[in-house]
Write a protein that binds this ligand. Structure first.
Ligand SMILES: Cc1cc2nc3c(=O)[nH]c(=O)nc-3n(C[C@H](O)[C@H](O)[C@H](O)COP(=O)(O)OP(=O)(O)OC[C@H]3O[C@@H](n4cnc5c(N)ncnc54)[C@H](O)[C@@H]3O)c2cc1C
Length: 429
């Protein structure tokens, strides 16, 4: 389907026509992006309804990061205090080689000179805060579980979305705009882009877990160690249940295949991981301060997820319909940007919806957000800021005596600093 494809039920209204007095936004997906959009629209007095496929809200996932510009958006929604209470303010990021030698370090959030903290948080708890805020702030009936989008049509006056309920009943909803915030397996994306090449995978599997673990360093540091063949990311996301511990998120990344194939199993955020599959990658790591095998063995349940994304799309918006968050630009987790870029999408779209006619708002939103997020997707594929760790591993596979002999500080700053500019961390506060 093309961006300007004629809709099945009539021609589209051209841009620039007067906004309807009270545009109603239909949001598909009540995840991080859909809820951030709903709360932002509500704040600006734009009506919306969220349709979430899951019949019940469950606090699912493990660790996720909100970078300072994402935190600023959540502060303007009045949620930063509540999130701060259940998250860890990340103070420092350290990149290490497989022996634990430091390749890069930088201060994060307030310590890094930003006006907002960087929050490391349990994804399910973040989702819970957003969901409860939406329940409290949206009018009755504006948050609907058990609605799975199946199809849509649009015409000159609006858009009709069709959902299947959990019991199989089909319902229709009419609105001015339809936003697909329905995640990496977005139905709306596949309706807009039936030719889309699907999930892209370069052969790396992620195993992700969270467990109460003794505080390391100052209790607020994110460590990433080794390289693309076997990499560990570890950071605390909450206070632990016993003294001297923190709920600590870990991600073990292992290269299980080379070349580009579909992932071996459908990507599912809640698929349990297997010890015998992850442990072989741990042997590559020799970190003097951390028993990685014990960390993984102690974790009661952990998950497997392929490191995957989709090719950037040429367009997101067709008339009154657009995409947001993972539906628009799923990305590798490198650089901790998935949730933050989604929240930035939501803020941008909500502001434009409050200022412009629906179609003009959607086009302006796409013009602002698509090029930048597409570049983040592409850069993450090449390793994002963590590419410096791959370079050091290639040039000094047995470790180094002097880092400068392996990689210059200019090269380090160029790669890591360039990434911070790309994702908007260097934008005016
Ligand atoms: C269960 C779950 C666990 C996750 N755990 C982690 C994690 O531990 N770490 C991490 O970094 N990221 C995790 N993510 C992904 C992370 O939330 C996103 O990458 C990011 O925050 C972007 O948010 P999003 O709103 O675009 O997508 P998501 O947060 O994935 O939300 C998409 C929502 O759309 C709903 N949906 C899907 N299809 C339909 C449909 N046809 N009709 C209606 N609703 C639909 C889904 O149920 C989901 O609630 C998880 C996502 C999910 C759904």
């Amino acid at each position: 389907m093309s961006k300007n494809h004629e809709p099945s039920t009539g021609s589209l209204k051209s841009n620039g026509q007067a906004a309807s007095l009270d545009p109603r936004v239909l949001i598909v997906g009540g995840g991080i992006g859909g809820l951030a959009l709903a709360l932002s629209l509500r704040q600006l007095d734009v009506s919306c309804t969220v349709f979430e496929a899951a019949p019940h809200v469950r606090e699912l996932g493990v660790g996720i990061n909100i970078l300072p510009h994402g935190a600023r958006a959540l502060k303007s929604l009045g949620l930063l205090g509540e999130l701060d209470d259940i998250a860890i303010r990340t103070r420092k990021l350290r990149y290490l080689n497989h022996l634990g030698q430091q390749v890069w370090t930088s201060e994060c959030g307030l310590w890094g000179g930003h006006d907002m903290p960087q929050l490391s948080i349990h994804r399910g708890r973040l989702h819970g805060v957003l969901w409860r805020a939406a329940q409290a702030r949206l009018p009755a009936g504006a948050l609907r579980n058990g609605h799975r989008l199946q199809s849509f049509t649009q015409d000159a006056d609006g858009v009709t979305a069709r959902f299947t309920l959990a019991d199989g009943i089909k319902v229709e909803e009419r609105g001015d705009v339809l936003v697909g915030a329905d995640g990496i397996h977005s139905v709306l994306r596949s309706l807009l882009h039936p030719e889309d090449g699907g999930i892209r995978w370069q052969g790396s599997q992620l195993w992700r877990g969270a467990v109460d673990w003794p505080v390391f360093e100052s209790g607020n540091v994110m460590l990433i160690a080794a390289d693309r063949m076997a990499k560990l990311t570890i950071y605390p996301i909450a206070e632990g249940r016993s003294a001297g511990t923190r709920l600590t998120n870990w991600v073990m990344n292992g290269k299980v295949a080379s070349g580009a194939f579909p992932p071996p199993r459908r990507e599912d955020w809640s698929r349990p991981g297997k010890l015998e599959e992850v442990l072989p990658f741990v042997t590559r790591l020799r970190l003097p301060f951390l028993d990685v095998e014990a960390l993984i063995r102690t974790t009661p349940q952990f998950f497997e997820y392929p490191e995957c994304d989709r090719d950037p799309l040429p367009w997101w918006t067709q008339g009154r319909v657009t995409l947001l968050g993972d539906a628009a630009h799923p990305m590798y987790p490198t650089g901790s940007n998935g949730a933050t870029q989604t929240i930035l999408d939501a803020r941008c779209l909500a502001k434009l919806m409050s200022e412009l006619a629906p179609e003009a708002a959607l086009n302006a939103y796409e013009a602002e957000r698509l090029p930048r997020t597409a570049e983040v997707v592409r850069t993450n594929r090449r390793g994002g800021p963590e590419r410096v760790m791959d370079l050091v591993a290639e040039r000094a596979p047995e470790g180094f005596t002097c880092l400068e002999d392996v990689i210059t500080s200019a090269e380090l700053t160029d790669i890591v600093g360039g990434y911070a500019r790309l994702v908007g961390l260097a934008d005016p506060q």
